[in-house]
Design a protein around this ligand. Sequence first.
Ligand code: SAH
Length: 345
Amino acid sequence: MKDIKSMTLSELETELQQLGEAKFRGGQIYSWVHKGARSFEEMSNLSKELRKKLGEHFSLYAPTAVRKLVSKNDGTIKYLWRLKDGNCVETVLMQYHHGNTVCISSEVGCAMGCAFCASTLGGLIRRLEPSEMLDQVLFTQIDSGLPISNIVLMGIGEPLDNYDNVLRFLELVNSPKGMNIGMRHISLSTCGLVKGINALAEQNLQLTLSVSLHAPTDEIRSRIMPVNKAYPVDRLLEACKKYFEKTGRRISFEYAMIRGVNDTPELAKILIGKLRGIASHVNLIPLNDVEESPLKPSYPQVVKAFRNALEEQGIPATVRRTLGSDINASCGQLRRKYEGEKGKE
Ligand code: SAH
C-alpha cells in the first residue's frame, strides 16, 4: 500500500482520478493528511465509500510520543517518537525570539561515524520516509500547541545520505496546501557529502546550507570525521563556494569546540585562511559531553578567543546558545538511553 503522506498533491490527484474519483478530492485529502489526520475515518467531508476505498489503497500512519521531556530552563521540548516499525527518532522544539524552531531527524541512526556524536554510535538502522520527517514537524506542532515557523535538519542522521526522501520532504512541508513553511525558514546540515551538496546546488533552493566543518586541516578533520577521507577539506570548501555562486545563499559552518583538538589560535588562523573568499558564517558550538566519548568541550575563554580571532579578520562568528541542556537535548542521546532501558526490561 502506498504511504499517502509521502505523496505530493499532484500525485494524489492523479491517483484519485485513477480510482474514478474527481481530481479535487485529492486536494481535500491532502489537506486532511497535512493537518495531522490519524485515520481516513476523520475525513468528514468524504463519503463513507471513499474513506473505505482510501483505506484499501493507501496507508496513513501517525507516530506516538514514547517520551516527552520539557526543559525547566527554557521551555525546550524533546520528543522521542515511535515509528511504524518500532524504531524511534528524536525531535527537539526550541522557542527562539525569531520563532519556534523544530530540529528533526532524517535517519534512524547514522553511518557517518563522527567521533563526538551520539547519533552514530549504533550505526545506521534505516533512512526515514518523507512522511516520517513531515510527521515530526506536524505532530510536534499539534502536541505542543506551538506554531512551528522554522525547521532545521540537524537531528539524528545525515540528510544528504537520504537525499531523495529529504528533497521530497522539503517539497511537502513547503507546499501551500500543506504546512507552507518557506524555504528561507529551513536549514539543512551536512557532515560534508560533496556529491549531495553539488546536487542540492542544482536545485537552487533558498534554504540555508549548514556544513559541519569542525576542523580546518585534513589531519584533524579525518581524525574526528571519517567522511573527510572521502571528501577532504579543500574539496568540501570548493563545493561550498560553488553552492554560494549558484544559490546566492551564504554557507553556515558548524564548528564544535573540542578541548585541545580543534580550538587553538593556530587553527583559528588556518580556518580564517581557508574561509577567505567564501560567503560564510561560523557557528561555534561548545561540544556537548557524550558519555561514551573521551572528547571534552573547550573552556569558555578559549571559545571566546577563537570567536574574536575570526571576527577580527572579518569572518562573522557566533557562539551558539545552549538550550535544553537539562533534558539531554542534543540529538542521539535520548534514543540511545531509551533503547538501552528497553533492552533491560
Ligand atoms: N549529519 C548532519 C546533521 C546532524 S548533526 C551533520 O553532520 O551536519 C547536527 C550538528 O551537531 C552537526 O554539526 C554535528 O557535527 C553536531 N554535533 C554532533 N555531536 C555533537 C556534540 N557532541 N557536541 C556538539 N555538536 C555536535
